[in-house]
Design a protein around this ligand. Sequence first.
Ligand SMILES: [Mg+2]
Length: 392
Amino acid sequence: MKITAIQTHVCHARMRNWIFVKVLTDQPGLYGWGEATLEWHTRGVVGTIEDLAPLLIGEDPTCVEHLWQMMWRQHFWHGSGVTRSTAISGIDLALWDIVGKAYGVPCHKLWGGSVRDSIRLYCHLGGGDLESFYETPVDHAKQFADLAQEAVEDGFTAFKSMAVPPTMPIEGLGPIKAADACVAAMREAVGADIDIMVDCHARPSPAMGMQFAKTLDQYGLYFFEEPCWPESVEGLAAINAAIATPVAAGERLTHLAAFRDLFVARGCEICQLDLTHCGGFTEARRIAALADAYRIALAPHNPQGPVSTAASLEFGFSQPSYIICESVHNDVPWRDDIVDEGFTVDKKTRTVSANTRPGLGISINEDEVKKHPFEQEIAQRVFYRDGSVGDW
Ligand SMILES: [Mg+2]
């Protein structure tokens, strides 16, 4: 079997352009789907996939590790920059989809079979709707509580909120009190049996992250995400050591050695590797093995498109330390028109039963994708009150 072409199919999904990667083979009807979505870098990723394709055309798609090594190490520059690592990831996922289809089994069966009966989903407040999740002001605690209640009414037993506002490197009590009021309101609304997560989006400095972390520790959050920049591994480690709430991080790391540095420093208790950025399943399985050595749990980052979700679930059914799947169901109303999925979601409990179809178990409707051609992503830019640049 030989690879004959690698295509990208871009689908504008409001906040993001989903980049679907299709790897075709010389066997009629046998191809694989991957995803390489990278917000605000769509043209860069599409071009990078074009640059990588000549390495792979004519090669056997079932030799995934060998092809991964080519993509990561050849062309002189290693694949650790996020644009190239995302391109590699999209192709790698598609290659594993082909392997599953070639052998007639779901991907998780290739890696030892299912390790659990079901996977729990968590949602973003508003289900991934841009305004609800990213633009609910932190001084509107009641709105956070209402959205939290909605998530529970939708069947979710866990949800994530952006209850920590952008802050300058040092600020006073105002933003801390606002975040405190938001989380208090959500906890009051949903009770102790629902798991609440707070994502800081790596906005705070280590000093501000520490203050938010200590203040919110009393609410028993399921996890506290990216409390400072990913480059500040010592900041993450200090915060993780200072609170009982587990710190989650890793969505912006793109290769095994970066995860090693995070784990050695004990910068997190939950590793949020992103299968569409960290090197696909091939590198993710190495990262997971390393995480196991530290007893660090896995909860992959997954706010992107439907191939990424199918990939997270295939990974989750094969990984003992996988705890929960991030999910988005309300980002665009036509999400279900784009994809036919092999897994099933029980909407009462928001738990997933494993896919039984080969590979990732999905098919993408290319005619529906064509209805949503590339558009420039909506800018999300933060400036502090003095005009200086902040983190979104
Ligand atoms: Mg995040």
